[in-house]
Design a protein around this ligand. Sequence first.
Ligand code: SF4
Length: 337
Amino acid sequence: MIEEAVASLGEPPFRARQVYEAITRGLVTDFSAISTLPVRLRKALAARLQPVTIEEVETRVTRRGDARKTLFVTADGQPVEAVLMTPPRRATVCVSSQIGCAVGCAFCASGRLGLRRDLSAEEMVDQVLAAQRALKPEGRHVTNVVFMGMGEPFHNYDETLRACRLLNDPAGFGLAARAISVSTAGVVPGIERFAREPLQLNLAVSLHAGTDVLRDRLVPLNRRYPLDAVFTACERYVARTRRKLLFEYVVLEGVNDTAEQVEALARRLRRPLFHLNLIAYNETGGPFRRPRPGALSAFRGRLEAAGVRCTVRRSPGDDIKAACGQLALRSVRAAAQ
Ligand code: SF4
């Protein structure tokens, strides 16, 4: 789009590169701030283009200050949320790939909305650039990007991968591919396609259950892509890429932390390069409960005893509804009012 606008103004291609660098590295949000451009070109571009595709509406910061959730609005008035997590030495942006989500996981706030529309690559990249702008005054940088916000990235495959390539572009934002992770609820054709991508991106699969009976209930997409199909694709992915594969597992007390699930998970996950990440459920007003203190580590202990490599991931941001599965409920309701 930048190239086309610059070319249509009769300017040489290097001007487009200057604009691209100013946006992705200089983090400008206004063409008038691009001092490398002649003033007439800045004005002409401002009349044709917007340098940012989403506008910040509100940012909420956790009590501990370790996460911030930003609500943006797109040019067509749709709400989008992204979360910046800043534990010591890291700054991870959790990016939304769609507005709402069609997967409809039983415990997820985003899933209750249904799908409104896909986000463009630029709308995804702009979530990261906004986070970088927030970090800049502290002299910090975005270290990781995870496509784990609202949406199923593989239902918007082409734009998600284009966003990954833009973020990775050494002439632009320049984030290492290994610092970018894409998470799917188990879209098998997406996993197969992702395994063939030349970039060394990370893959995560949201599992949430070890049996089809339970997963059909928690992740309705399982009826289309049952666990055998998902794991066949995962094993092919690992064989082809030799990369570690992370399985995300939101723990719902008394539902998916039972002995039956431990046994089923162990059967599927006792493989080299498979790793299970446990996340305590963050309550969103539905029927599920967060595991009581101690229950999560006990579940982890039983899994490890059964031979599953696993870790517990702390999910910052539950006091601002920015934790896993909590995105978009409050803001979309507010935006609809
Ligand atoms: S957990 Fe992810 S895949 Fe499931 S409904 Fe929520 S956003 Fe969609």
